[in-house]
Write a protein that binds this ligand. Structure first.
Ligand SMILES: [Zn+2]
Ligand SMILES: [Zn+2]
Length: 276
């Protein structure tokens, strides 16, 4: 549903969420403005460059279907959206405005720097070693998302999710930033890609980030009421927000890209507790 949910529906539900969560209005306004900017970019259809056999090969080797160097994007559109993302974020975050204004200049001043950030971000999840505030990563995530969503839609038919079960996205290699437990299939767990909104099947237990921890190292905190849980891993100190669809509203009404945003209180709680 992540990549199939239209951006219009995501936007509509975010706006409703904003009405229902006045304490988070500022942060939600930023997310809404970023999505509106993403929706204004015209992105041409993505050409699939792998056949079924090549896709199977990659699945067996644990290699995602699209790497940074395989992305074919209109770099002018990408650079324009990158600048827009920085401007919007600066307008909503006065505390970070100076850094964001500096970041906005990168596409014009140093386009090769921007490309190398993309390649590092796609391969390693980090644009560079000195991204202390995480702003480069934030700006790239929000700039790449509409492009990667198109890739995810185009490549979805090449994914055999029962043959993957890895902690990173079979399409773009991104980390998950939300999980859902299915109301069907005995609570099967799906992960939502933080970059392309693809959802893939993962083990019911265990940490997708270190892939080592078993339940000894994993703890979870349920909400007092409601379907959300926060899983934390004491092996790698990462956390994973989870929505239990056996307890929540019907699956057809839940859009995980919306849940990712509306659960931002759990991100704050997890970080305050020392998880990242
Ligand atoms: Zn992905
Ligand atoms: Zn872990």
């Amino acid at each position: 549903m992540g990549i199939n949910a239209s951006e219009e529906r995501i936007l509509e539900q975010l706006r409703l969420g904003r009405e229902a969560m006045p304490d988070w209005a500022e942060a939600l306004d930023l997310q809404i403005a970023l999505l509106e900017a993403q929706m204004e970019v015209e992105i041409p259809a993505v050409e699939v460059r792998l056949n079924a056999e090549e896709a199977t090969q990659r699945r067996r080797q644990g290699i995602p279907l699209v790497s940074g160097r395989e992305l074919r994007m209109d770099w002018d559109s990408f650079a324009a959206l990158f600048r827009r993302v920085c401007q919007i974020s600066a307008a909503h975050r006065a505390d970070l405005a100076d850094d964001l204004v500096a970041l906005e200049k990168i596409p014009a001043d140093d386009p090769e720097q921007l490309q190398s950030w993309i390649f590092s971000f796609m391969a390693e999840g980090k644009p560079s070693q000195d991204d202390e505030l995480g702003l480069e990563r934030f700006a790239l995530t929000h700039t790449l998302r509409p492009f990667l969503r198109r890739y995810a839609q185009a490549y979805a038919s090449l994914v055999d999710e029962s043959g993957w079960r890895r902690g990173y996205c079979p399409i773009c290699g991104g980390e998950p930033d939300l999980a859902s437990l299915s109301a069907l299939d005995e609570g099967a767990r799906h992960l939502l890609c933080s970059r392309c909104d693809n959802e893939w099947l993962y083990k019911r237990l265990g940490c997708p980030f270190c892939e080592r921890a078993d339940h000894g190292e994993i703890r979870y905190y349920p909400e007092e009421e409601g379907p959300h849980r926060l899983y934390v891993c004491d092996e790698c100190k990462r956390y994973l927000k989870t929505i239990d669809l056996r307890e929540g509203p019907p699956r057809s009404r839940v859009l995980l890209p919306v849940e990712r945003v509306l659960t931002m209180g759990m991100d704050v709680a997890a970080r305050d507790a020392g998880y990242g």
